[in-house]
Design a protein around this ligand. Structure first.
Ligand code: PLP
Length: 427
């Protein structure tokens, strides 16, 4: 009988990459822990790519899903849907966007695709500004605004995308500048780019902290400075909060708030954590933008009662237990421990991040050359020692990514940091 791995390879596309030399099958989870099919227990510092936001098997979410499944799983957008309206009300209120409307999808890709449809229709233009090293999803429209070549398999696109500097503080031509000069240089680059475009550009889309790109971000205030330029041209700002939303960054509920002087974005997209694993994505925009489409549009599964029930229970738990505050406190401690663990490890170029979104960039010792082999080796050793982490970053995957559920305890942070230290030192 062939292994699950062999069977996987026989029917699943080659471009779906699995972690580890011996890929693992996760069979169940609880809190911040998961178990594989051999019964091995792991501390989970990646949450299924930042998606298990509160905790594995959170009783409130399980109960909400089971109860909703027992009543009705699907009714469609043709009928009133109480859990969808309730979650939309809460998300609209939390978004900071005035007179907000919320459209639910089933993924972050589809949320960004909807945001692009809105922005290009509203502005009557297919020109989009995106950040270098960005990732916005896997569809034909979103790979066309994804600056990270490892995740953008085609150059064909319905959009004309103009890539702007600024998403990566520590690399590129402006890396050596002070924060203030860095922002000035990026704004000058944006102005220069806009001076070369013909019709009005539709929107700028940006992740406040780049997720797949390796948890890189600009200095606080860059997007506020960009906003002033965009406003002069009537260009919309879309904040892709798929990884940074719901308090993960600790200091802020949304990533855009690190650029708070700008006020809220025109359009905000979200996904991943809100459903704690149930497939919820969505886009928030003020009514004027959201309602600019003059044809019908639906997402059959978007806003389904069962995912909305999960989202409501998950969001309530997050807010009632102040998990944003926990991300700030425990994340602050964790990044200190990670910095200490990385000290003196020649391959570590930088430890960066905010809240429970921490990256460790690895290079060949003494150089700026990416070191994907070292990243793969640490990932492997950490797993052997009972810790799951992720990786990502730039052209070569050489940044370790740490993003546990937001309920992480101090003891778990200490335990994970100790395993990371051991794994880094075994390089
Ligand atoms: C910032 C960002 N936007 C969009 C997406 C796409 O979301 P999904 O995989 O749910 O389609 C991702 C997924 O990793 C993401 O990190």
């Amino acid at each position: 009988m062939s292994s699950l791995y062999d069977r996987h390879k026989a029917v699943i596309p080659d471009w779906i990459a699995l972690y580890y030399r011996d890929p693992i099958e996760i069979t169940h989870g609880e809190g911040r822990h998961v178990w594989d099919a051999h019964g091995r227990k792991y501390l989970d510092f990646f949450g299924g790519i930042l998606t298990t936001m509160t905790a594995h098997a959170l009783p409130e979410v399980t109960k909400a899903v089971a109860e909703q499944a027992g009543r009705i799983i699907h009714s469609s957008t043709l009928y009133l849907n109480r859990p969808m309206v309730e979650l939309a009300e809460r998300v609209a209120g939390l978004s900071g966007i005035p007179d907000a409307r919320v459209f639910f999808t089933t993924s972050g890709t589809e949320a960004n695709d909807a945001a692009l449809l809105l922005a290009t229709t509203y502005r009557g233009s297919n020109q989009i500004l995106a950040m270098r090293n960005s990732y916005h999803g896997r569809s034909f429209s979103t790979v066309g605004i994804t600056g990270n070549r490892a995740w953008s398999p085609t150059g064909l696109s319905p959009l004309q995308t103009l890539y702007v500097h600024g998403g990566v503080r520590g690399r590129g031509p402006y890396a050596g500048l002070t924060d203030e000069r860095f922002i000035e240089a990026c704004v000058a680059d944006l102005e220069d780019m806009l001076g070369q475009t013909r019709a009005g550009v539709a929107a700028l889309i940006a992740e406040p902290i780049q997720g797949v790109g390796g948890f890189t971000s600009p200095p606080d205030g860059l997007y506020a400075a960009f906003r002033r330029v965009l406003d002069r041209h009537g260009i919309l700002w879309i904040s892709d909060e798929v990884q940074t939303g719901w308090g993960r960054t600790g200091e802020h509920f949304w990533g855009w708030q690190a650029h708070g002087q700008a006020g809220p974005p025109d359009v905000l997209t979200f996904a991943k954590g809100i459903g704690n694993g149930m497939s919820i994505g969505g886009v928030v925009a003020r009514a004027e933008v959201m309602n600019c489409l003059d044809a019908n549009s639906i997402s059959t599964f978007g806003g389904s009662p069962i995912t909305m029930a999960a989202g409501l229970a998950n969001l309530s738990h997050l807010l009632e237990h102040d998990l944003q505050g926990n991300a700030r406190r425990v994340g602050g401690l964790l990044i200190e421990r990670v910095r200490a663990a990385a000290a003196g490890v020649a391959e570590v170029r930088e430890v960066r991040g905010r809240g429970l979104m921490i990256g460790i960039e690895l290079t060949e010792p003494g150089t700026d050359r990416a070191n994907p082999d070292a990243a793969a080796a640490v990932l492997e050793t950490a797993r052997e020692n009972g810790l799951l982490i992720g990786k990502g970053g730039g052209h070569d995957t050489s940044t370790l990514r740490i993003a546990p559920p937001l309920s992480l305890t101090v003891a778990e942070a200490e335990e994970g940091a100790a395993i990371l230290e051991q794994s880094l030192r075994s390089l």
